[in-house]
Design a protein around this ligand. Sequence first.
Ligand code: AMP
Ligand code: ZN
Length: 151
Amino acid sequence: MRNCIFCKIIAGEIPSVKLYEDDLVYAFMDIAPITFGHTLVIPKEHHTSVATIPEATAGRMFLVGSRLGVAMKRGLAADGFNLHLSDGTVAGQVVMHAHLHVVPRWTDDGFHWNWRQLKYENEAAREELKKKMLEYFRLTKDASEAEEPEA
Ligand code: AMP
Ligand code: ZN
């Protein structure tokens, strides 16, 4: 896709520090890492949202991300890793080519997710949300059949 920075990276038009590439995915180091070693795994095909990535590619992204996480633990003596994906501007997505963040973590890395824990008012409120979500939940054989979520 024209004017997509990650498509340009895959095409070699913009430099990147590549860690891995195969027929479906491309992995390279993030230019402004959360922790040192922070890497991105992206589909070679342009998809704005993870929801339209075909199953084989989405699976490969997760597999490569996990394997890179293990490599970070072994090679960088990381204590763990985060796999993170922001889908949509409101979720923090800045680059509109879907990407999986692989972030090595050390006990003393000083980074904390700003995670909060709400409580459902009651069981009925929770059930209502469950019903609303399941009304639209589809596991299509080919995820490309899924509707592109509105931006
Ligand atoms: P997100 O906020 O989930 O869209 O993440 C976009 C990520 O892409 C950020 O972590 C950026 O640091 C990273 N990024 C943007 N441009 C480049 C680039 N040219 N090379 C490597 N990483 C990049
Ligand atoms: Zn792209």
